[in-house]
Design a protein. Structure first.
Ligand code: ATP
Length: 228
């Protein structure tokens, strides 16, 4: 479970990026975070993955007080949170298979388990036929599917997606959202997705949280811009 209680974050330049955020996201939810540029969406994500610490209030994820984590414990904490971004951040000299395997190698997974898990993940993201391809041989949508595969390889309970369809055309965006839905439904992964894509938010209705100037201004379980 994700819980923010009266969490605020200002940057050293004096910008109040988030103000008094109270928010609870239950396990297995799929939530959109929307709002104009500069409204605090990325900052919210950074509080969740431990990249930034709230100045006041608390951020608790699966029982861990994220702001109180010791520096050396952050990497282990992050293993339980898969992250995907608008830019794919794949390792260009590694194949699709190797990119996903790498995520498991760094967490010390034994090689037999790595082979098995990479196969499962490739099937889930529907890229079995591309396992030997390099990132630059793939379409944007396929590359994003590899990053999703890499993000879920260690079976995180939460997947955070910061504008995952930002660089994709509408058809590919559709594929990505359908894949995220599949992961949410079949693996029970909680998904928090920052997006500017009105069409997706209106078409694939989910709980939708809207930020403006660092405040939550709407939180609608019906979802979609029209219901806000
Ligand atoms: N590292 C930083 N140092 C100073 N100010 C920052 C920093 N990161 C973000 N900000 C400021 O904090 C506010 C919130 O930024 P944030 O990136 O969270 O917004 P956002 O909603 O994700 O925007 P976008 O949709 O453009 O990505 C903005 O005014 C931004 O300029």
């Amino acid at each position: 479970m994700i819980e923010l209680k009266d969490a605020s974050k200002a940057y050293p330049n004096g910008v109040h990026a988030l103000n008094h955020i109270d928010l609870r996201i239950d396990p297995g939810e799929f939530v959109y975070v929307i709002g104009p540029t500069g409204s605090g969406k990325s900052t919210l994500i950074k509080l969740l993955n431990g990249e930034e610490v709230a100045d006041s209030g608390t951020v608790t994820v699966n029982g861990t007080n994220v702001g109180a984590l010791k520096h050396r414990k952050v990497p282990k904490y992050r293993r339980n949170i898969g992250c995907i971004f608008q830019d794919y951040r794949l390792l260009p000299r590694l194949t699709v298979y190797e990119n996903i395997a790498f995520a498991l190698e760094v967490t010390g997974t034994p090689s037999k388990q790595i082979r098995q898990r990479v196969r499962e993940v490739l099937e889930l993201v529907d890229l079995k036929d591309k396992e030997r391809a390099y990132p630059d041989e793939l379409s944007g949508g396929q590359q994003q599917r590899v990053t999703i595969g890499r993000a879920i390889a260690n079976r995180p309970s939460i997947l955070i997606a910061d504008e995952p369809t930002g660089n994709l055309d509408p058809n590919m965006s559709l594929e990505i959202i359908e894949l995220l839905e599949k992961i949410n439904q079949t693996q029970g992964t909680t998904i928090v997705m920052v997006t500017h894509d009105r069409e997706l938010v209106d078409r694939f209705r989910k709980r939708t949280i809207m930020l403006d100037k660092g405040y939550i201004v709407h939180d609608s379980s019906k979802g979609g811009y029209k219901s806000l």
